[in-house]
Design a protein around this ligand. Structure first.
Ligand SMILES: Nc1ncnc2c1ncn2[C@@H]1O[C@H](COP(=O)(O)OP(=O)(O)O)[C@@H](O)[C@H]1O
Ligand SMILES: [Mg+2]
Length: 372
């Protein structure tokens, strides 16, 4: 892509949802959603399949009606407007290009419908094609393009009308790993240049972490957490979030507190803590330390298997009936079926309510909050 010419730059608009609900018959998909996607930000909506991500996007775009509530884009209430009146453009997973039209005509289509003159259409399509590296392909049909090129045409078709809001619904899911990566980088670059408020749906946590200014984590149509990637990674608001982000995800262990220490289910003490009751204790695989000093506080664990990934290894160890995954430097000790001493640094621990799964901030003093 041409990084010198700033080309399109739009006046971004915020998107505010107030009390938005949606049901299909007796199935409630969105119980009630209040959220603002800030003007010019790149927001990623992340959540498991079926949690209501596509429904949310389609309600913003106007392809589905809201059950109740308001959607405000910029200063305009849009929930009763036609899709074309909302100033949104949407890119889907299956890019649905017109197969009989050339790349040029696919990108120009919405301009033609909107009555933009032929000369102006050419100027704008060529600009978009330059931004997306499609200049040499304008005369081709979609069938003569690779998957990645077709996806770029779909993106071109969306941005050519200079929408204030760009909506992406899992646009990279059909691409292979390398292309996903490359397109991700291009999208981030494109966002910086166009400046449109962007809402990008995915179930891929790597896309979320790398693209987002802010991540909205949805669970059954409700917000689990809405924050920066860094805050979501370091201060997950719930076990759901903790397990959704990170590879491998955060380790979660059942513990109980007697007011001075937390104990594993086998009775061994794992951490000092002044709370009483049952909890879930979280620690990321890169934060578990392999102890070489034989400190009294270290816990013996049995290494069940080990995966060597080149840059690092992942050990899976049994600890009080649970599996703890540990990221260690590649080629470090601990073969399979050996024993290992593990330590759990207090400032790296996260405590969650055993029943609700919600985080208990400050359970280990202020230290856990310092990682932002
Ligand atoms: N048109 C529809 N009619 C009935 N149920 C639907 C319709 N669209 C989606 N659903 C249901 O709503 C829920 C949320 O779907 P969706 O928004 O597509 O989830 P996601 O995009 O997060 O995978 C799912 O249970 C799905 O089966
Ligand atoms: Mg979907």
């Amino acid at each position: 892509m041409n990084a010198i010419n700033p080309a399109i730059h739009v006046a971004a608009a915020s998107i505010r949802l107030g009390g938005v609900t949606k049901s299909y018959g007796r199935l409630t998909v969105i119980p009630r959603l209040d959220v603002e996607f800030r003007a010019g930000e790149f927001t990623v909506v992340l959540g498991p399949s079926g949690c209501g991500k596509s429904t949310l996007m389609q309600m913003i775009a106007g392809l589905e009606r809201v059950g109740g509530g308001r959607i405000v884009i910029g200063e305009r209430e849009v929930q009763d407007l036609e899709p074309k009146e909302r100033g949104c453009a949407m890119v889907f997973q299956n890019y649905a290009l017109y197969p009989h039209m050339t790349v040029f005509d696919n990108i120009a289509y919405s301009l033609r419908i909107a009555g933009v003159t032929k000369g102006e259409r050419r100027t704008r399509v060529e600009l978009v094609a330059r931004m997306l590296g499609l200049t040499d392909y304008l005369g081709r049909k979609p069938s003569q393009l690779s998957g990645g090129q077709r996806q770029r045409v779909a993106i071109g078709r969306a941005i050519v009308r200079e929408p204030a809001v760009l909506l992406f619904d899992e646009p990279l899911s059909n691409l292979d790993a390398q292309l996903r990566h490359d397109t991700r980088v291009e999208l981030a670059e494109l966002h910086r240049r166009i400046g449109a408020t962007t809402v990008f749906v995915t179930h891929d946590q790597v896309e979320a972490m790398t693209l987002a200014d802010r991540i909205l984590i949805l669970n059954k149509g409700e917000i689990e957490q809405y924050d920066t990637p860094k805050a979501i990674y370091h201060n997950p608001a719930s076990v759901f979030v903790a397990k959704f982000i990170g590879s491998p995800p955060m380790n979660i262990l059942a513990v109980s507190g007697d007011g001075s220490v937390l104990r594993l289910s086998d009775g061994r003490a794992i951490a000092k803590c002044g709370l009483k009751g049952d909890f879930q204790l979280g620690i990321r695989p890169e934060d578990v330390a392999v102890d070489h000093t034989g400190a009294a506080s270290a816990l013996k664990a049995h290494v069940r298997y080990r995966e060597d990934l080149g840059s690092h290894s992942i050990l899976a160890a049994d600890l009080a009936g649970a599996t703890v995954r540990i990221i260690t430097p590649f080629g470090s000790e601990a073969p399979e079926r050996s024993e290992l001493l593990l330590s759990f640094p207090l400032q790296r621990l996260h405590l969650f309510d055993a029943m609700t799964g919600k985080a208990i901030p400050g359970a280990f003093g202020a230290a856990t909050k310092d990682q932002k």
